[in-house]
Design a protein around this ligand. Structure first.
Ligand code: SAH
Length: 245
């Protein structure tokens, strides 16, 4: 039996949002590797070993997955949402690049999943119906100055924006600074939506203007979506028109 690595996304939370292909590979796997809360979403069964690891050890986890595949195991590396969006797919390729050349012959596949941005946008209405930028607000893997520069550039260019990892306990002031930049670059009346724990029982959706937005409206389980200058409300929904001048 020859081994493989599949990097798979588990979607935003609800089981029905796991794509069928991902459910199929999980049924064939001998090993599942990932961050603790994601691995816990995989049902245990005989013949399946679950390897839970901490959030900060992405490269070690990816290397471990490739080593196990080289030994003949069938390994699924799990992320939430889509594995290519601020998640494990890039980490697996980084580990491949740093590893022995023999690993280039391994069977490695990436299976797409429903990313939090799209699940959140669908609950809000259609805020990403025109051009948009997706930005990770965490400065764990990049300098904060670069984040500020990208926020300003995207706002001034008229992009709607979707923010992952908007706010955490370890960096409480940065999201307040992000809101300041957005008010300057996009205008105070631009709509901003906070979509928390989408597709789970704790789901909460809230839309305000940038003038009304406060940092406490976001946490690490929140997707933040800022519209462009044409983004507007229609009844209980928020949408961005298909056209722009
Ligand atoms: N690969 C994941 C993103 C990982 S970054 C994906 O494609 O969705 C983690 C961030 O995603 C969180 O801080 C939060 O901003 C967002 N997120 C993940 N699941 C979410 C959910 N169910 N509802 C709202 N935001 C979510």
């Amino acid at each position: 039996m020859s081994g493989w690595v599949v990097v798979a996304g588990l979607g935003p939370g609800r089981d029905s949002l796991v794509v069928p292909e991902v459910a199929e590979v999980l049924a064939e796997a001998t090993d599942v590797v990932g961050y603790i809360p994601y691995v816990r979403r995989v049902a245990p069964r005989p013949g399946l070993t679950l390897h839970e690891s901490d959030n900060r050890v992405e490269l070690e986890r990816a290397t471990h997955a490739l080593e196990m595949a080289a030994e003949g195991k069938r390994v699924v590396v799990v992320s939430s949402g889509d594995p290519g969006v601020f998640a494990m797919a890039s980490a697996v390729f980084e580990a491949l690049e740093a590893g022995p050349k023999e690993w280039f012959t391994l069977d490695i596949r990436v299976l797409p999943g429903i990313t939090a941005m799209l699940a959140a946008a669908a609950r809000i209405g259609a805020p990403l119906g025109h051009d948009f930028a997706a930005i990770n607000l965490s400065n764990n893997l990049k300098p904060w100055e670069l984040i500020e520069k990208r926020l300003r550039a995207a706002g001034e260019a008229g992009f709607a924006m979707a923010f992952y990892n908007p706010r955490s306990k370890s960096r409480p002031h940065q999201f307040a600074r992000a809101l300041e930049i957005l008010r300057e670059a996009c205008g105070e009346e631009t709509l901003i939506s906070f979509a928390r724990a989408v597709s789970t029982p704790e789901e909460a959706i809230n839309t305000v203007t940038l003038a009304e937005a406060t940092p406490e409206m976001a946490d690490m389980r929140t997707m933040v979506i800022v519209g462009n200058r044409d983004t507007r409300r229609v009844g209980p929904y928020v949408y961005t028109p298909r056209s722009a001048l």
